[in-house]
Design a protein around this ligand. Structure first.
Ligand SMILES: C[S@@+](CC[C@H](N)C(=O)[O-])C[C@H]1O[C@@H](n2cnc3c(N)ncnc32)[C@H](O)[C@@H]1O
Length: 276
């Protein structure tokens, strides 16, 4: 691929910031070049300039989505940051159960915002299904959203190589996953329907307005905002907090912090916030 000129890099990074809130500062130029090179090979377009013109044109709308798939970073794993799942089980869930018992509702709603390939929402759902007394009595659902259609396809398929399940306790693996017979030489597992049916996977750009009717008891937005600048983080947290029930919890990644941002949530412990 031709080298990306500074001017063109600015154009791409302005587009990525404007559309997805992702801050591609100067140090990310080689990352953008590498990812662009892949898209140029895949489309047969010969220069970054022609590629930019194409994705901004009417015929390039599908490729526009693929471009954002390519620039987002999707690293994730099951039970990442395990303290969050312990907190969910031992603190958040008992509070939700108690609150719902008082108000007479069976509804529990959680949102994994920036769910990547699905490991996070599946971990949330496994935690809740194994912690609730009589889970079948609850109307429990997890919404899992991401900007990238590519990761969502993997998430919906729910097929993972054995190595990816290393953090999943054996009892949970046996209950919620089944080995795939036709998985080839690598051992592969598929999420069982009992778990899959709890989760709705949808494409949602967090920069857009949210199409939700109801509110959530728990929102995980972990390792997503690191790519956004302070201004974008602040408005996103305020927007998300509006969709959290009073008493609901908001989780960010442990390397993220809401310090210095104006928002209505109360700090509970590292990377955990509550709406009072
Ligand atoms: C590093 S992954 C984090 C996955 C998971 N939450 C975790 O902590 O393991 C970040 C995800 O955020 C998504 N993302 C980035 N910008 C986004 C945006 N504007 N709207 C929705 N999702 C976005 C990326 O596509 C990616 O899948």
């Amino acid at each position: 691929m031709q080298r990306l000129s500074d001017g063109l890099f600015q154009k791409f990074s302005a587009l990525v910031y404007q559309e997805a809130g992702i801050n591609l500062h100067d140090g990310k130029k080689s990352l953008l070049e590498a990812r662009l090179a892949k898209r140029l090979r895949a489309t047969g377009i010969d220069s970054p300039r022609a590629y930019l013109d194409f994705i901004l044109s009417e015929e390039g709308r599908e490729e526009y989505v693929r471009f954002f798939d390519a620039v987002s970073t999707n690293l994730t794993f099951f039970f990442r940051e395990p303290k969050h799942f312990e907190f969910l089980e031992n603190v958040a869930l008992p509070e939700i159960v108690e609150r719902n018992r008082k108000s007479g509702t069976a509804r529990i709603r959680m949102w994994s915002a920036g769910c990547s390939t699905g490991e996070e929402p599946y971990s949330m759902a496994m935690t809740v299904l194994t912690s609730l007394d009589q889970p079948f009595r609850w109307d429990f659902r997890v919404l899992a959203t991401d900007i990238s259609t590519r990761v969502l396809q993997t998430a919906m398929l729910g097929v993972y190589e054995q190595s990816k399940l290393a953090n999943v306790p054996v009892a949970l693996r046996q209950r919620f996953f089944e080995p795939l017979r036709d998985g080839g030489s690598t051992k592969t597992y598929r999420v069982r329907d009992e778990l899959k049916k709890i989760i709705a996977f949808r494409r949602l750009n967090l920069m857009d307005s949210f199409p939700f009717k109801g509110k959530f008891d728990v929102i995980f937005c972990r390792n997503v905002m690191i790519y956004f600048d302070k201004k974008t983080q602040e408005s996103l947290i305020q927007k998300m907090a509006a969709y959290l029930h009073h008493g609901g919890y908001f989780f960010v990644g442990h390397s993220e912090s809401l310090t210095g941002l104006h928002h209505p949530l109360k700090y509970v412990k590292p990377a955990v916030y509550k709406k009072l």
